[in-house]
Design a protein around this ligand. Structure first.
Ligand SMILES: [Zn+2]
Length: 150
């Protein structure tokens, strides 16, 4: 079926670089293993949806910013075309440091950091699992990524 084929193509095209962050997701069709998740910052000024396989673990990083934030991040990265961001006017701010390659996004109103663009894979995001609906970020196992050594 043509619909199914196009869904698979979109879901597998996660290595493509896209600079736009606000996009509309095409509808899922049967046979696609990706799920859609929704999340938000604390005050709700930033809402987002993304598609990913099931979330069964997280990732912590020991770099200078991640160890201060203490957030449990997604172990996977999400391509820009698989993440739709709905942010109220001016709510989304970005913090840069070091090489400036990583984009650490946060809400100007409540300070929560819902996702960041990774340094190693520009245009791809890791999601703060504590911001995702239906995910108990305190109950998930996690690996530690040695970002401090980069
Ligand atoms: Zn907020």
């Amino acid at each position: 079926m043509p619909e199914r084929a196009s869904c698979r193509k979109i879901c597998m095209a996660s290595d493509t670089f896209h600079s736009t962050s606000t996009i509309k997701h095409p509808k899922h069709s049967k046979g696609c293993t990706m799920q859609e998740f929704t999340g938000s910052c604390h005050c709700g000024a930033i809402r987002f949806t993304f598609r990913a396989a099931a979330i069964d673990k997280g990732l912590r990083c020991n770099c200078s910013i991640c160890r201060r934030k203490g957030a449990l991040m997604s172990a996977f990265t999400v391509a820009a075309e698989d993440l739709a961001i709905d942010a109220a006017n001016d709510a989304l701010a970005t913090y840069h440091f070091g090489t400036g390659k990583a984009h650490h996004h946060f809400c100007k109103h409540c300070g929560i950091y819902p996702f960041h663009q990774t340094m190693r894979k520009p245009g791809h995001y890791r999601i703060n699992l504590g911001c995702v609906e239906g995910v108990d970020s305190c109950a998930l196992p996690f690996e530690v990524y040695d970002g401090a050594s980069l």
